[in-house]
Design a protein around this ligand. Structure first.
Ligand code: ADP
Ligand code: ASP
Ligand code: MG
Length: 437
């Protein structure tokens, strides 16, 4: 008997008809004799609405209480889905993250999974039931408090459960037909990628393609879980992220074998263009240009546990012996980091701190870049033709990122997508639902 873990995102369970539609899909798998574990997100934009509500009662709610509040969103959808499945004559049992054995550390809002003990899920399956688990939540091993894994973390819940249960595939159901060469909401001519390597998907996710949570891809690679990203609104095949030769279910009673990652199928130079408009930029002006200053700055930043991406240090002027250091970070982390740096101003000796959240980051991702010089020249030319100014640049083996003004970002993404020949000839990508929030 095959075991499938299915994760349904918020847009797939946005209202009662959507929940009944998802229940029918699950029941079809059960009827074909497959075991099904379902991970659900909160309905529609519930999580955002709960965060807005919290902000109305407190400008800085305690992490423990915010997590308690947010996990309620997933509890609503899991219970409703269990009811809809039961209504169709099948048994279903819903479980909170804690009941499902998702054990995490104690960092509220960005907890890491340290163990998965899905005994109750296995028991439910053995009893012939569909097990439904609330996404993106767990319980701290030390404090016993309820935690959340961070925005978009239900993908990671699903992959962690799939690994712990030895599932044949982890299906991620969302509101587009898979992973595309760019966000279809921004580039209507983006095309679906049939299969993508783990390393390229990791870079896409790290660069802002929110279709998959970064940690879900890391987890899938480490524990060798086959991922299938697809739409809950169609029956089309989506995008596969799997080791070559893996056999996995693609529908009720239907199976497919993945092709090898090394196989020279159509290995395009660029796999995709990702964009991120949730980053800000901190600039420290007039940092004394002496050994150890950059180390001191980034030691303080590291203690805030913020994810820094691009760093640029200007050449210092000889007269002043001072330099400017800029770096990008998620806007959510910015208040924490600014506070830490401002508190250490005397020690660091910089003159002033500037912050901008009006920036956007565009990244080109492709394993083919390794063997093809000239990608940067091609991107800079495309952006210049589109009248987009570049503020910062960083490169890695398979990624090239630039920072632009926020208002130029979407135009820049479309220009890069066209310039690298990624536009689809078959017409526009379908976005089935969701608000893109
Ligand atoms: P869910 O609620 O199902 O988890 P998300 O909103 O987290 O859905 O992720 C799906 C969205 O990711 C899509 O609607 C799309 O706008 C966005 N997205 C960004 N980049 C990509 C990409 N390269 N391919 C597909 N979707 C993308
Ligand atoms: N509901 C949570 C969020 O909106 C978790 C998830 O959907 O993955 O971030
Ligand atoms: Mg998501």
């Amino acid at each position: 008997m095959s075991l499938v873990v299915q994760k349904y995102g918020g847009s797939s369970v946005a209202d009662a008809p959507a929940i009944r539609r998802v229940a029918r899909r699950i029941v079809a798998y059960r009827d074909a004799g497959q075991e099904v574990v379902v991970v659900v997100s909160a309905m529609g934009d519930t999580t955002d609405e709960l965060i807005d509500l919290a902000a109305q009662v407190s400008p800085s709610p305690p992490g423990r209480e915010l997590d308690m509040l947010l996990t309620a969103g997933e509890r609503i959808s899991m219970a409703l889905l269990a009811m809809a499945i039961t209504d169709s004559g099948h048994e279903a049992r819903s479980f909170t993250g804690s009941q499902a054995g998702m054990i995490t550390d104690a960092s509220h809002g960005r907890a890491r999974i340290i163990d998965v003990t899905p005994g109750r899920i296995r028991d439910a399956l053995d009893a012939g039931a569909v097990a439904i688990v609330a996404g993106f939540q767990g319980v701290s091993q030390t404090t016993k408090d309820i935690t959340t894994l961070g925005r978009g973390g239900s993908d990671t819940t699903a992959v962690a459960l799939a690994a712990a249960l030895g599932a044949d595939v982890c299906e991620i159901y969302t509101d587009v037909d898979g992973v595309f060469t760019a966000d279809p909401r921004v580039v209507p001519l983006a095309h679906r990628i049939a299969q993508i390597s783990h390393e390229e998907m990791l870079e896409m996710a790290a660069s802002g393609a929110k279709v998959l949570h970064l940690r879900a891809v890391e987890y899938a690679r480490r524990y060798n879980v086959s991922l299938h990203v697809r739409s809950s609104f169609s029956d089309r095949l989506g995008t596969l992220i799997a080791q070559g030769g893996a056999v996995f279910p693609i529908g009720p009673g239907e199976f497919r074998t993945s092709t090898s990652e090394e196989e020279p199928m159509e290995q395009p130079l660029i796999a995709g263009v990702a964009h991120d408009s949730s980053q800000g930029k901190i600039t420290l002006i007039g940092v004394p240009d002496v050994p150890g200053k950059a180390a001191a700055v980034f030691k303080i930043v590291a203690q805030t546990d913020a994810n820094i991406d691009m760093i640029v240090q200007n050449v210092s002027t000889e007269i002043t012996g001072r330099t400017d250091i800029s770096f990008t970070l998620p806007t959510d982390d910015a208040p924490r980091v600014r506070h830490a740096i401002e508190s250490a101003r005397d020690e660091l000796g910089y003159l002033s701190l500037e912050y901008s959240d009006r920036i956007g980051k565009l990244s080109l991702i492709g394993a083919g870049m390794r063997s093809h010089p000239g990608v940067s020249a091609g991107l800079f030319a495309a952006l210049s033709d589109a009248g987009v100014n570049i503020e910062m640049i960083s490169t890695s083996e398979i990624r090239l990122s630039v920072v632009t003004e926020r208002e130029d970002l979407e135009r820049a993404v479309r220009a890069a997508h066209t310039a690298f020949g990624l536009d689809s000839a078959e017409g526009e990508a379908v976005v089935y639902g969701g608000t893109g929030r």
